[in-house]
Ligand binder design. Structure first.
Ligand code: F42
Length: 320
């Protein structure tokens, strides 16, 4: 099992770079930085992290093909590869409708758009010319840059299997991977590739601590947002009460975070996060591995005390 860590670049970037260095020191192999237009810039964040670290691979987790053209993304990730001495990875997903509505960007044919974007980005990173004649000049990737797709829908998962080197799935429970793996495998088979060469990364909401209840409580608000954004089939997949996503969504919509958190019981925590003590973590990560997960990505909130939690995750990593 490989281990990654996710940060949302909305806090002090030098602190994030310091925490990624700590993560590298305790055994994490990947750092993924989320990309939302209303947060700090993902590539500026990655440049700082590249300077602060030596071995950890790093990249957007995930950008999208709508806010930046493939040429701009290719130049940006090739630059990170150059700065980091060949450690760049590249995560790209379809983004979300709410974002593009706010930006006035039409969100059309996401599968086709991602396929075309990845084809152009690969062409440019490889130093070749696109059909339109674009080519990178003053920046050159050090080597191959693995391309991951952020995906959750069936078509997007199959497409990831077909055209990417790995997939980042926003899901924390083995049931989600039981459903996702056949779709990813279909795409891998379509492309004549091997599952063994493909990285299935579980982008999980993580909260670890020495006190189980405190760790679980730290995850409840994040799980509330995930549950509220989960479609009915996902609620049903986890055997959760029908309409719980709407109930939580209503509380969040009214700013009633206490009410939303009050609705997040341990079944919801188990469905949408990995939370508890290190001893509780190990069997949960093993269960994800049994479903075909090959990279565990520790996502928000990571824990009540992030620095302490990264060290505890280091103990978990040491046992794999
Ligand atoms: C588009 C959408 O794909 P999806 O994978 O479910 O999208 C949900 C999320 O993955 C997407 O919003 C991501 O960008 C969210 N996301 C992030 N989104 C961000 O904006 N920033 C992030 O940092 C970020 C991180 C992230 C990490 C992991 C992860 O799994 C997702 C992440 C969907 O509806 N897919 C369906 C339908 C696809 C579709 O539109 N098909 C049409 C069009 C086909 C065509 O396009 O040609 C058709 O069949 O006709 C499907 O896959 O079956």
């Amino acid at each position: 099992m490989k281990f990654g860590i996710e940060f949302v670049p909305q806090t002090d970037l030098n602190e994030i770079a310091r925490l990624v260095k700590l993560a590298e020191d305790v055994g994490f192999e990947y750092a993924w930085i989320t990309d939302h237009y209303n947060n700090k810039n993902v590539y500026a964040s990655l440049a700082l992290i590249a300077q602060a670290t030596e071995t950890i691979k790093l990249g957007p987790g995930v950008t999208n093909p709508y806010v930046r053209s493939p040429a701009i993304s290719a130049s940006a990730i090739a630059t990170i590869d150059e700065i980091s001495g060949g450690r760049a990875t590249f995560g790209i997903g379809p983004g979300d409708k709410a974002t593009f509505d706010a930006l006035g960007i039409p969100w059309e044919k996401p599968v086709t758009t991602i396929k075309n974007a990845i084809a152009d980005i690969k062409t440019l990173i490889d130093g070749d010319k696109t059909a339109g004649g674009a080519a990178l000049g003053g920046v050159k990737a050090v080597g191959d840059i693995p391309i991951y797709m952020g995906a959750q829908g069936p078509k997007m998962l199959e497409t990831a299997g077909e055209i990417a080197d790995g997939v980042l799935i926003n899901a924390s429970n083995p049931k989600d991977y039981e459903a996702a793996l056949p779709l990813i495998s279909k795409g891998i088979d379509n492309a004549g590739k091997k599952l063994a060469d493909f990285d299935v990364a579980a982008y999980t909401s993580t909260s670890i601590g020495t006190d189980s209840e405190a760790a679980k409580n730290a995850a409840r608000i994040v799980v509330a947002f995930i549950a509220a954004g989960s479609p009915p089939p996902v609620i049903a997949r986890h055997g959760l009460p029908e309409g719980i996503n709407e109930k939580i969504g209503d509380c969040l919509g009214k700013g009633d975070f206490g009410g939303a958190i009050g609705l997040v019981d341990d079944d919801l925590l188990d469905a949408f996060s990995v939370a508890g003590t290190p001893d509780e973590f190990i069997p949960k990560i093993e269960a994800l591995g049994e479903m075909g997960v090959t990279q565990y990505v520790a996502g928000s909130p990571i824990g009540k005390d992030v620095e302490e939690s990264i060290k505890l995750l280091g103990d978990v990593i040491a046992s794999f």
